[in-house]
Design a protein around this ligand. Structure first.
Ligand code: UTP
Length: 294
């Protein structure tokens, strides 16, 4: 049986240029979906999957992210004094155990693979998860939990997989599939951002991974991949060359690309409609405007 996965890396050092000018001063991960920052959705998903150690790979200008996970004793005291029990509970649910979070700096934005590699000294010789908070996944059973349960049977490496339109393969890491068994895909290759005509499939890697520590050693050896960045995809693909297993996992749920403006807006509508206290108002507004859309 595979070792338990208790550590997750959250690479949050990217510059978020697609959200400029907001990201001049607000880290993308602090931007709010309804009333919770993206990072809170990622943390909740990790906790549901049994993660107890949280490693953030940050960069210059991400101070608000670190502050978000501090306790807010004055605010809590004020809410207690005013008898605002509901809000107090909302706040307390975001508290993290002392010492559960570590922050590592990525000094240069050299890509996702490099960001993960920056956390290598905190990982040791255990499997670990990687969660990209930009990919928000709405699911009955949180995506990483689905993957951890599958991984307990398979071991190896596992990436979340989703079908994308053929013209979108050039935006993703794409899987070359050997065999399918239900939700599990046995992978024989991975290609970063292939053009549609060169793509081995339309199964894309989404921002959830369970990786073995050997991926960090591959990153050690890495040369720069597609786009001049150090690609995590290449380091996972190297696992196959070294005779280790990589599985794709077709998760149940809907993924929103909150790293893009359109995806963020779609997520805002979906998560807004999912909130009982907002649903009626928002649905009435949408019904009102939709017939008039060209
Ligand atoms: P993106 O490709 O979305 O890049 O990174 P970005 O910089 O965040 O956003 P844009 O494209 O400029 O708008 C995907 C994930 O990888 C992390 C990002 O923080 C995000 O979670 N990342 C990317 C790093 O941590 N370091 C990097 O060097 C690059």
């Amino acid at each position: 049986m595979a070792n338990k996965v208790t550590t997750a890396i959250f690479p949050v050092a990217g510059m978020g240029t697609r959200f400029l000018p907001a990201t001049k001063s607000v880290p993308k991960e602090i931007m709010t979906l309804v009333d919770r920052p993206l990072i809170q959705y990622a943390i909740d998903e990790a906790r549901a999957a049994g993660i107890t150690e949280f490693i953030f790979v940050t960069s210059r200008g991400k101070g608000a992210l670190e502050d978000y996970f501090d306790l807010a004793p004055n605010l809590e005291e004020e809410l207690r004094r005013k008898g605002k029990k509901d809000l107090l509970e909302v706040l307390e649910a975001t508290n993290m155990d002392s010492g559960a979070i570590a922050y590592i700096r990525q000094h240069k934005a050299l890509g996702l693979g490099h960001a993960v590699w920056c956390a290598r000294r905190l990982i040791g010789d255990q499997p670990f998860a990687v969660i990209l908070p930009d990919d928000v996944i709405s699911a009955e059973k949180p995506c990483l939990q689905q993957m951890v349960e599958a991984y307990e049977e398979t071991g190896g490496n596992m990436v979340a997989a989703m079908e994308v339109a053929p013209e979108r393969t050039s935006s993703y890491g794409i899987l070359d599939v050997e065999r399918e068994d239900g939700n599990l895909l046995d992978i024989k290759g991975m290609v970063e951002k292939p053009r549609a005509e060169e793509s081995p499939s339309n199964l894309a890697v989404i921002g959830r991974y369970i990786l073995s520590p050997s991926v960090l050693r591959n990153l050690d050896e890495m040369k720069q991949g597609a786009g001049g960045e150090i690609q995590l995809t290449d380091a996972i693909a190297a696992e196959l060359d070294q005779g280790r297993k990589v599985y794709g996992y077709r998760f149940a749920g809907q993924r929103f690309d909150c790293g893009s403006k359109s995806g963020f807006l779609q997520a805002t509508v979906a998560y807004g409609l999912a909130r009982p206290e907002l649903r009626d108002d928002l649905a009435a507004y949408l019904k009102d405007i939709v017939p008039n859309l060209a």
